[in-house]
Write a protein that binds this ligand. Structure first.
Ligand SMILES: [Cu+2]
Length: 530
C-alpha cells in the first residue's frame, strides 16, 4: 500500500525549506480511501474490521480534528521530527490531532524558532497503531532549516544532495538470496513478522530499501545512480525515513572506504557550541537509526572509479530484524554530470551565541530510569503477538494507552534531567522524544565524549550472559518554553511504537513568570559557556 504526500502540482514528498524565524503554513488534506493497510504493512482489501474502522471514521467526520484522537487506518496527521515547536494542535501535537477523509483541509501553522539549529529535519504521520504502514508506505518528507553554512563554514558554497532512504515490504518476498552471497542459516521470523537477524550480514532483509523513491530490492539490489563531477566535494544530507531499518552508511571506491566529513546529526551542527567538538569529524562509516539524520562532506570519485554508496549490516540483536549489507547507489563520475539542484550559500553570517549554557555543563535536577521490554501475549506460544513497552522503573509495564488522561511523566520547564534508558529485550531499540534534543552522556555506564546533540539514539540490546541490562544515559533539555505541554517519547522502530512502546510526558510551565522570562532564549542575558 502506498501513502503519498502530493502537492497540487503533483510533486511528491516536497522538501520544506525554511529559515529560522519563518512562519510555516501547511494545508493537509486527507485523501485516504477505504482500502486499508494492516499494521504489518501488508495491503488488504477493506475487511470487516476495516469497515468498522471506516464507520468510526465517518462518525468522526464532523468531529474537531484537534480533539478527535481517532486512530484508524485512514486517519492521519503530521509530526515535525526534531523541531522545538509547541506540542499543540495546528503545530506539533500527535496525541489528539487526527484528520479524517472528507475533513476540510487541516491547517498547520507555526513559526520556526529563531534558535532552531540549521540542518535536516523531517515530517511524517504519527497516528498510534498506524504509523508503521503509513511511513513504510512512503509518507515522509524532508525539511531543511537553512543556515548550516553559518554554523559550519566548511560547507559554504558546496552543492547539496538530499537523500531520503525509506523501507517497504519486500518486492520479491519469496526470492532466494542472490547466488553471489554466502549461504546463510535458514530464515527465521522475528516478533514483528519480519526476517530475523541471522548475524551474518547476508540473507533476506526484513524490508526493502529505496533511495529518493528508487527501490533497491532484494535479492539483487540493483543500485540507484548518482552522477557527480570527478572529485567534486558535496554536502550529502541523509534522512533515515525507514519504519524499522537501521542504516550503517559508507562510501566505497573499489574496495576502499572513503572518508566522510560528518558535520551535523539529527539537524544539529556538531560544532554547537563553538569549539567543543570539531566542526567536521572524519569517519569511514556512520550508523543511522530509524528517524535519525546525518549530514556529511563527501569527495566524489575520479572518472572510471567504481564507487558505491552502501549500508553495511547492523547487528540488531537476536530478536531484531535482518539488516544485511546492501548497496544503495552507484556513484558515477563524469565531467558533464548535472549539478545538484541546490548549493549552499558561499558566505556565512555569524549565528547568534547560544542564550543558554551548554547542556553538558548543566547539572541535572533529577535522574529518571526507564526500560524497554517486550512480552509475548501468550508466553506459551512463540508465534503469538508481542506487546512492546517503555516503562519508568518501579511502574508496571503497560502498552501505550491512548485513552489515558494522566501523563506517564511530569516534568517542569526550565529543568534539565538525566534519563537512563535500559534495554531488557533481545533487540535494538531507538529512543526518540518529541520537542527537544538531548545529549548522550554514557553508554552502559561508560562515559561517552559527545559534545553535540541528538533526537534519536540506539539503546543496545540485552544478551542472556550479560550481568546487567545495557543502557544509555541522556541529558534531557526541558529549558525551552516550547517544550511546555504534553508530548511523547517512544521507540522509533514504528512497529514497536504502534505495538505500545510509547509514553507521554507533560512539561509544566516554570513556576514564576519571572523565572520563565529568564529562560526565554530571545530575552535571556548572553551567557558564554565556561
Ligand atoms: Cu524498538
Amino acid at each position: 500500500m502506498r501513502y503519498c504526500y502530493l502537492l497540487p502540482d503533483g510533486s511528491e514528498s516536497p522538501t520544506l525549506r525554511l529559515y529560522p524565524g519563518e512562519l510555516l503554513i501547511l494545508h493537509l488534506t486527507n485523501d485516504l480511501t477505504a482500502t486499508v493497510a494492516s499494521p504489518s504493512g501488508q495491503s488488504a482489501p477493506a475487511a470487516s474490521t476495516a469497515h468498522s474502522h471506516m464507520a468510526h471514521s465517518h462518525e468522526a467526520r464532523a468531529a474537531d480534528p484537534c480533539a478527535s484522537g481517532a486512530m484508524t487506518p485512514v486517519s492521519t496527521n503530521l509530526h515535525f521530527h526534531g523541531l522545538t515547536v509547541p506540542p499543540v494542535c495546528h503545530q506539533d501535537d500527535v496525541l489528539q490531532t487526527s484528520v479524517q477523509p472528507g475533513d476540510a483541509p487541516f491547517e498547520y501553522r507555526f513559526q520556526i524558532p529563531a534558535n532552531e539549529p540549521p540542518g535536516l529535519y523531517w515530517y511524517h504521520p504519527h497516528i498510534h497503531g498506524f504509523s508503521s504502514p503509513q511511513v513504510s508506505g512512503g509518507a515522509s518528507g524532508p525539511m531543511i532549516i537553512e543556515g548550516l553554512e553559518s554554523a559550519t563554514p566548511e560547507v559554504a558554497g558546496l552543492p547539496e544532495r538530499l537523500l531520503v532512504i525509506r523501507d517497504q515490504s519486500l518486492v520479491y518476498p519469496n526470492a532466494p538470496p542472490s547466488k553471489s552471497e554466502p549461504v546463510v542459516p535458514k530464515m527465521l521470523i522475528d516478533r514483528d513478522g519480519d526476517a530475523a537477524n541471522n548475524g551474518t550480514g547476508f540473507g533476506k532483509p526484513a524490508k526493502d530499501l529505496s533511495i529518493n523513491f528508487v527501490p533497491v530490492p532484494y535479492p539483487d539490489y540493483p543500485p540507484a545512480t548518482i552522477r557527480m563531477r570527478p572529485g567534486e566535494r558535496q554536502l550529502w544530507r541523509v534522512l533515515n525515513a525507514c519504519a524499522v531499518t537501521y542504516l550503517n552508511l559508507a562510501v566505497v571506491f573499489g574496495h576502499t572506504h572513503q572518508r566522510l566529513g560528518l558535520v551535523a546529526i539529527d539537524g544539529v551542527p556538531m560544532n554547537t557550541p563553538q569549539g567543543r567538538s570539531a566542526p567536521v569529524t572524519w569517519v569511514d562509516h556512520i550508523g543511522v537509526p530509524p528517524g535519525a539524520r546525518v549530514e556529511f562532506i563527501i569527495d566524489g570519485p575520479p572518472v572510471g572509479m567504481p564507487a558505491l554508496f552502501v549500508t553495511q549490516t547492523v547487528d540488531t540483536g537476536q530478536g531484531g530484524e535482518n539488516d544485511p549489507n546492501r548497496p544503495l547507489a552507484s556513484i558515477i563520475a563524469t565531467a558533464d554530470a548535472p549539478e545538484p539542484q541546490w548549493k549552499l550559500p558561499a558566505f556565512s553570517r555569524a549565528l547568534p551565541p547560544p542564550a543558554l549554557p551548554w547542556l553538558g555543563d548543566v547539572k541535572p535536577v533529577r535522574v529518571r530510569r526507564f526500560y524497554f521490554s517486550e512480552k509475548l501475549q501468550d508466553p506459551k506460544n512463540p508465534n503469538s503477538a508481542t506487546d512492546f513497552y517503555i516503562t519508568e522503573e518501579g511502574k508496571t509495564p503497560a502498552p501505550f494507552d491512548p485513552t489515558a488522561t494522566a501523563p506517564n511523566i511530569v516534568a517542569r520547564q526550565g529543568d534539565v534531567e538525566d534519563w537512563i534508558i535500559e534495554n531488557r529485550s533481545a533487540e535494538l531499540h531507538a529512543f526518540h522524544i518529541h520537542q527537544l534534543h538531548f545529549m548522550l552522556v554514557d553508554w552502559s555506564g561508560m562515559p561517552v565524549n559527545e559534545p553535540f546533540l541528538r533526537d534519536t539514539v540506539n539503546v543496545p540490546y540485552f544478551r542472556a550472559q550479560m550481568l546487567q541490562y545495557p543502557s544509555v544515559r541522556l541529558r534531557m533539555d526541558f529549558r525551552d518554553p516550547n517544550t511546555v505541554g504534553t508530548f511523547v517519547y517512544h521507540c522509533h522502530l514504528l512497529e514497536h511504537e504502534d505495538g505500545g512502546m510509547m509514553g507521554t510526558i507533560r512539561v509544566d510551565p516554570a513556576s514564576t513568570p519571572r523565572e520563565a522570562a529568564q529562560l526565554r532564549p530571545a530575552t535571556a542575558p548572553l551567557q558564554s559557556a565556561p
